[in-house]
Design a protein around this ligand. Structure first.
Ligand code: GLA
Length: 407
């Protein structure tokens, strides 16, 4: 395949100013707790979105999705959610740049001439070619990678002076507004902040973060992709968020000093939410999981710091159980894949990863056993689930970065 820079010049008859890469992510532990003010432990991986971008002066955005062979052209002003899904990940962040002009002006510390020039330039529009190898709908955050790649590129191209955290928050808002998923901050944060061979502990309340070297030695991180892409994912995701908010409110009524799930004990969850009423008991289950998972991640990080990967892996299995039984975001295929490796001495830990209802399990597997386990699991998965298993042996890589630039 031709280099993306060449594809850009072939398509637009001028040279791209920048080529940017943005990775997908894994999450070791801390699932469905980013939007509940917990802690997550993601890392960027060796699957990525790549784009080439160059300025225009006609006030239009020309977007080419190379993998799909689709081109869409829109005026840069008055952007609204579009019927073509991938387009929303691009125009969603453009809309965010317009919405955040006051903070951009602030970042430029009152240099008015500079700001006026940037605004003018940005209104001219841009051309973009985009491609990638992050499997879609596999829970590896391909959409966040697109959003981060585009925003990072715009930040460079127009000298917007945005910090990575500002970009992560803007990309998250773009996903809410243009993709309709009320996601947390984890995916965008990880794609932008990733560092080679490091996991990142993110405090989703204060947004403080710490890098942890991931010395896996004889072990590999292996993702087993169910190849199930449930349509339920975004609606159920938003429902889980609401159920948690509902539970938090009930607990706060009785314990007014409680600000977030961080401040809640399991006893308080029992006291306020345990009930025979079906709706109420769903809220109870969700909140129980969230409180347990917040505590579990904190302990898991201690395991990681001590290098006790055995204990860490055990917690991954516990997380899966919680996600499957209490939070109810798993599916039979994910449960099957976790169950199948749960008593294997060469597998330290396994669990469903990401939003759920399909996508991948994340597994920590002894390198020498990866081939054998993969072979057996692929055969059993085909036999029991009548589906082909996709397998990704992943490495941990750097976050969003410029590959080449001439601007
Ligand atoms: C999706 C969301 C994230 C996070 C995970 C679950 O990936 O985009 O914000 O909530 O699900 O942990």
């Amino acid at each position: 395949m031709l280099a993306i820079r060449t594809q850009f010049s072939n398509h637009f008859n001028y040279n791209a100013a920048l080529v940017v890469k943005s990775p997908g992510r894994i999450n070791l532990i801390g699932e469905h707790i980013d939007y509940n003010h917990g802690f997550v432990l993601p890392a960027a991986i060796d699957k990525f979105i790549e784009l080439a971008i160059g300025k225009r002066t006609d006030g239009a955005i020309h977007m080419v999705a190379l993998d799909l062979g689709e081109t869409i052209i829109l005026p840069i002003h008055n952007l609204a959610p579009h019927a073509t899904v991938w387009v929303n990940y691009i125009i969603g962040v453009v809309d965010q740049v317009f919405n955040n002009l006051p903070s951009i002006e602030n970042n430029l510390s009152g240099n008015e001439n500079n700001f006026a020039k940037i605004k003018d330039d940005f209104n001219g529009g841009f051309s973009i070619c985009i491609q990638g190898n992050i499997p879609l709908g596999a829970g590896l955050s391909s959409s966040a990678a697109v959003e981060c790649a585009v925003l990072f590129a715009l930040n460079e191209l127009y000298h917007l002076s945005l910090t990575k955290m500002q970009m992560a928050l803007m990309a998250q808002s773009a996903e809410h507004k243009f993709a309709g998923v009320n996601c947390g901050i984890m995916d965008m944060f990880a794609s932008l902040h990733g560092e080679k061979n490091k996991a990142i502990l993110l405090d989703c309340d204060s947004l403080a973060f710490t890098y942890y070297p991931l010395a896996l030695n004889d072990y590999s991180i292996v993702l087993f992709d169910t190849q199930i892409k449930h349509a339920l994912a975004s609606s159920e995701y938003n429902t889980r968020r609401l159920e948690c908010e509902q539970g938090l409110k009930i607990i706060q009524e009785k314990y007014p000093t409680v600000k977030t799930f961080r401040d809640i004990s399991l006893e308080q969850v029992e006291a306020c939410l345990a009930s025979n009423d079906v709706n109420r008991s769903k809220v109870y289950q969700r909140c129980k999981y969230v409180v347990e998972e917040i505590q579990r991640v904190q302990l898991a990080v201690q395991d990681l710091a001590k290098g006790d990967m055995q204990a860490f892996g055990k917690k991954m299995f516990e997380t899966h159980k919680g996600l499957s039984k209490l939070y109810e975001v798993s599916c039979p295929e994910l449960d099957f894949l976790v169950e199948a490796v749960s008593n294997n001495e060469n597998v330290l830990g396994a669990r469903m990863m990401g939003g759920g209802f399909g996508g991948c399990t994340i597994n920590i597997i002894k390198k020498s056993a990866v081939e054998e386990i993969t072979k057996a699991l692929t055969a059993n998965y085909a036999k029991k689930m009548h589906k082909e298993l996709a397998v990704y042996i992943t490495s941990i890589e750097d976050g969003t970065h410029i590959v080449e630039g001439t601007h």
